[in-house]
Design a protein around this ligand. Structure first.
Ligand SMILES: [Zn+2]
Length: 423
């Protein structure tokens, strides 16, 4: 039964035609990266999406979602997360093993633990002929990455050819449906129109090309040398904004954990929030504070106390709490919470894009299937702590779950526990 529901949806999904097909990922050089710390912090907070094969969610979970969205979204996420990370580890191990066998065969060496250790050593430890050792090692790393890339290839292509466009179209619909003035809408729409996408594998395959130098550095930093970290980032810098060539970079690790049994809808759901959020950084609070007065007021009223108390708790957990620091935060509470708007505003657009998706391509989804979609899309927030600029996963999920448009889509009729925050 559950398979039938998924397959039925899958068909309607593939038959839909999308208005926006023009943007393919021609990757342009990016000259001016925002500072590395911000990017890493940003990336660290968008770890691994949960995934599942259309699990049957009892209808009773819908009222639970309406009452306590965090609980409903995060029901099984810990096991999803560890299974994804475990799956990526398996890919690494399998690929290294096969690459070693390949090298052993190529150079008529004996494959085994000793050779493996030598190949993995950093270059300080040469064995036999140093040049030859370097050659073994280069071949080994190249082969390993080639094998690892084969796992992400299908999902990467699927994202490039279809999902990126679906997310883009719905982000544009969310902008159009917003209360922004017309000229601001036009500006934001053109940013999203010109947004490009690349995966870390694509970057690594073009590493000799100087025009990818900046993105190559970014991919190494965010995705690791094998690209297998399940993260994503966008280069929302002054320069990329001015030139209109912002690129969404998704590490191949996010694609590699999809198996052949995964459905496109699951893959789309897994990437939807992350990709839409990252793409929306180009129209975030940092760039357009005056556009978000309503959202700012709502976040300040609704979440300020919780943000501060969660942050102080996080400091205690990290043993970096001081009385003076706490006093400083309390005294500058408004500014401290304002910093979080840099993340709340892209979350606002990502949530809007999901609502548009539910109204359009996903209109035949039942509330249960929509909840399943949201679990896949927001699962990676479960358990993530307040970080000083990123709100906790709980607050981020509640901002989405208590949103009036989301609740309408989910068929929630009970009164909301928290206000819905608009622009
Ligand atoms: Zn962000």
């Amino acid at each position: 039964m559950k398979t039938l529901i998924c397959v039925a949806f899958l068909l309607s999904f593939w038959n839909t035609s999308y208005a926006d097909k023009e943007a393919q990922s021609t990757i342009l050089a990016i000259d001016d990266a925002r500072n590395a710390t911000t990017l890493v912090t940003k990336a660290n907070n968008i770890v691994n999406g949960a995934h599942s094969n259309c699990p049957q969610i009892p209808a009773s979970d819908i009222p639970q979602f309406c009452e306590e969205p965090y609980k409903a979204i995060c029901a099984n996420t810990e096991s999803h997360r560890s299974s994804i990370l475990g799956h990526l580890d398996d890919i690494r191990k399998k690929s290294e093993q096969q690459a070693m066998e390949f090298i052993a065969k190529k150079y008529s060496l004996t494959a085994g633990d000793e050779l493996m250790q030598k190949l993995k050593s950093t270059g300080l430890l040469a064995f036999g002929d140093q040049n030859l050792t370097q050659q073994y090692r280069d071949d080994f790393f190249e082969k390993t990455r080639e094998l690892e890339a084969s796992y992400s290839e299908k999902a990467d292509k699927e994202f490039q050819e279809s999902h990126f466009q679906i997310i883009k179209v719905n982000l544009k619909r969310a902008i159009e449906a917003s209360s922004l003035p017309t000229e601001k809408k036009q500006k934001f729409l053109s940013y999203i129109d010109r947004e490009q996408f690349t995966s870390s594998d694509n970057i690594f395959n073009h590493k000799q090309d100087m025009k990818y130098a900046e993105l190559f550095g970014r991919a190494l930093q965010i995705c690791d040398s094998d690209g297998l970290k399940p993260l994503a980032v966008a280069d929302d810098t002054d320069q990329t904004r001015a030139q209109g060539n912002q690129t969404l970079l998704i590490c191949s690790g996010r694609f590699a954990f999809h198996t052949k049994d995964d459905l496109p809808i699951e893959h789309l759901a897994n990437e939807f929030q992350v990709a839409a959020h990252e793409m929306s950084h180009i129209m975030s609070y940092h760039w357009e504070p005056q556009m978000y007065r309503g959202l700012r007021k709502c976040v300040q009223n609704r979440n300020a106390s919780q943000i501060v108390s969660e942050y102080l708790q996080a400091l205690k957990d990290n043993q970096s709490y001081t009385e003076e620091g706490a006093k400083n935060i309390e005294e500058n509470k408004t500014a401290f919470v304002d910093d979080h708007l840099e993340e709340y505003t892209p979350d606002f657009w990502a949530k809007g894009a999901i609502v548009q998706y539910f109204k359009n391509e996903g209109k035949s989804l039942s509330p249960t299937e929509k909840l399943n979609f949201l679990q896949n899309a927001y699962g990676y927030f479960c358990g993530s702590p307040e970080s000083g600029d990123h709100p906790s996963g709980k607050l981020r999920i509640e901002m989405m779950g208590f949103d009036s448009n989301v609740r309408k889509q989910m068929g929630c009729t009970s009164p909301t526990k928290s206000p819905s925050c608009g622009l």
